[in-house]
Design a binder for this molecule. Structure first.
Ligand code: TEU
Ligand code: CA
Length: 557
């Protein structure tokens, strides 16, 4: 049986601080703004807040490029503002998780400024270099670079530094024990302040084969092995656990970039003493890369693959604990990707997705704004985008003579900025986010999609979200119960059973915009429908077959 840590039954509410609430009219969300909205966060019934990076940064990648790990980003406020925020979160019985970004720093971090000055500088060894006398560096691609390459030439040292992300995000060298000591001391600094855990950015990338061999897919078929998941990854995580995490009441969740479900328990099995949870890139891979299961499902990806993916991660966690999510700041909005963001099924599909995320086995990660049904803004012009990902890749495609129109069309569906538009508080100008000019455009649907309007409507997405959270809290089976996938091959319905201490629940979710059916499993006849995302009853069972309306979610007991 699972040990009962607070985070297992928790709903973790992820806030992108830049877009949550601006307190001083400069158009940028900040810590005082966030503090002023804690009553709202608490009213949702969530247990913890995960904040995207709030540390000093030149903001090439909105805080994922840190120039001082022990200071607050100027635009977000001061250390006093942080202390006040933390106190107010704790006062409300909630927890605070910060983002740990230690695969790379900003190129404006003092370590890198020193490192790039000369090969003799002691900080040179804090980063990864390819000396120019060895010739052209081996192919390594960057996620965010207009030239595509992850090596950038540095004149003063006559060598290339490695940057998997933008050229303003040089990768740090974890092989160097001094680097690890610095990182661990920095983590302690924040735990001493009283934070409750870390979400660890790009964590499988911290260890890499630093001989940087030429990529040879015949040798390792998985290209990711040339980039990350290096020989010392688990040693470093274990060391971090021993030196830091184990000394505090600390929760940890890793961003499991490119990690396969069957590798998950290597990170999260309690006896390995590494991390508490890990989440993979599955949801975006399914949505963007899988083909629909057949014609007429109305689903643009494979629901069968999605079900398999979640089931594999559940199993892959082994005696550790799964993390459940469908969207975050790196992906387009949940409703636009897995539901319908226009038309008659907007609300019901949004409610169905909430039912899913909150009845699965594992800690639920919820991205702020999804609870009111915020959706993709679908920018038309490159000039509307602020994200280094979209902008650098646009330039790269332009340089390569590629099809920028097709690229922009695709960005409407997948761009990260879709999830980063300002939070919609009310129908006043700029959705009540700022009195100034917002750093990124507000979604024009804020006139109807906003907190104030939804608080007043008992049938709103927001009120449904609160209801499911309450339901989850009242029924332990949804936290600790076993998970069993039912009717795995059904192309429209995701159905599963949760059993716990003699109690049994069955969750049936129609992910399609059409009616869907499922054979009633033998003893389901005795089950009663106890929870539903439609208000009115329907005739659900016909000759032993269950019928679900478009995007209908029903929980049975
Ligand atoms: O993301 C890691 C990551 O691999 C991303 O590049 C992801 O594939 C990309 O967003 C898809 O477009 C983390 C953070 O979550 C992300 O916001 C940062 O930009 C990135 O690390 C660098 O720190
Ligand atoms: Ca501000």
């Amino acid at each position: 049986e699972q040990k009962r840590e607070w985070w297992k039954g928790a709903v973790i509410y992820q806030i992108y601080p830049r877009s949550f609430k601006d307190s001083n009219g400069d158009g940028i969300g900040d810590l005082p703004g966030l503090t002023s909205k804690l009553d709202y966060v608490q009213s949702l019934g969530v247990d913890a807040i995960w904040l995207n990076p709030i540390f000093a940064s030149p903001n090439d990648d909105n805080g994922y490029d840190i120039s001082d790990y022990r200071d607050i980003m100027n635009e977000f406020g001061t250390m006093e503002d942080f202390d006040r925020l933390l106190r107010n979160i704790h006062k409300r019985g909630m927890k605070l998780i910060l983002d740990l970004v230690v695969n790379h720093t900003s190129d404006e971090h003092p370590w890198f400024i020193a490192a790039r000055s000369s090969r003799e500088n002691p900080y040179y060894e804090f980063y990864h270099w390819w000396p120019a006398e060895k010739g052209t560096p081996p192919v390594r691609k960057s996620y965010f670079d207009e030239d595509g390459t992850a090596w950038k030439y540095n004149e003063a040292t006559d060598s290339y530094y490695l940057h998997y992300f933008s050229r303003k995000q040089p990768d740090i060298n974890w092989e160097n024990p001094q680097v690890r000591t610095e990182v661990f001391d920095m983590m302690k600094f924040w735990f001493e302040k009283g934070i409750d855990g870390f979400r660890m950015d790009s964590i499988p990338l911290i260890s890499k084969d630093i001989s940087f061999p030429e990529i040879n897919l015949a040798k390792y078929p998985d290209v990711f092995s040339y980039y990350a998941h290096g020989p010392h990854l688990h040693d470093y995580l274990h060391e971090m656990n021993r030196e830091v995490l184990s000394k505090y009441d600390a929760m940890s969740v890793g961003e499991g970039s490119e990690i396969k479900p069957e590798e998950a328990s290597l990170f999260v099995s309690p006896n390995r003493q590494e991390l508490d949870m890990l989440y993979g890139f599955g949801p975006s891979a399914i949505r963007n890369e899988t083909k629909p299961d057949g014609k007429d499902t109305g689903i643009e990806y494979s629901l069968i693959a999605l079900k398999r993916m979640f089931s594999d991660w559940n199993k892959g966690a082994g005696d550790g604990w799964p993390a459940i999510y469908l969207g975050n700041h790196d992906q387009a909005r949940l409703l636009s990707r897995f539901g319908k963001d226009t038309g008659e099924y907007r609300e019901v599909s949004s409610k169905m997705l909430a039912t899913f995320l909150l009845t699965m086995r594992g800690t639920a990660y919820w991205f702020a704004g999804d609870e009111i049904g915020m959706d993709n803004i679908k920018f038309e012009n490159i000039s509307d985008y602020k994200d280094v990902d979209t902008i650098t890749n646009y330039k790269r495609i332009l340089n390569e003579g590629g099809d920028t129109d097709a690229y922009l069309e695709k960005q409407k569906l997948i761009a990260r900025d879709n999830a980063r538009t300002p939070f919609q508080w009310d129908d006043s100008p700029n959705a009540g986010f700022t009195t100034g000019t917002p750093w990124i455009k507000v979604n024009p649907n804020y006139k109807t999609v906003n907190v104030t309007a939804e608080e007043q409507n008992p049938d709103s997405i927001l009120n449904y979200f609160k209801k499911v959270i309450k339901f989850r809290k009242e029924n332990e089976a949804f936290v600790y119960g076993d998970y069993l996938l039912l009717d795995a091959q059904n192309p429209r319905i995701y159905a599963y059973q949760r059993t716990w201490k003699g109690e049994r629940f069955i969750v049936t979710l129609n992910f399609s915009p059409h009616m869907a059916k499922m054979d009633f499993i033998a003893d389901m006849k005795n089950c009663k429908a106890i929870f539903c995302n439609y208000n009115d009853e329907s005739k659900r069972v016909k000759n032993g077959t269950l019928l679900l309306r478009p995007f209908e979610a029903v929980i049975w007991k």
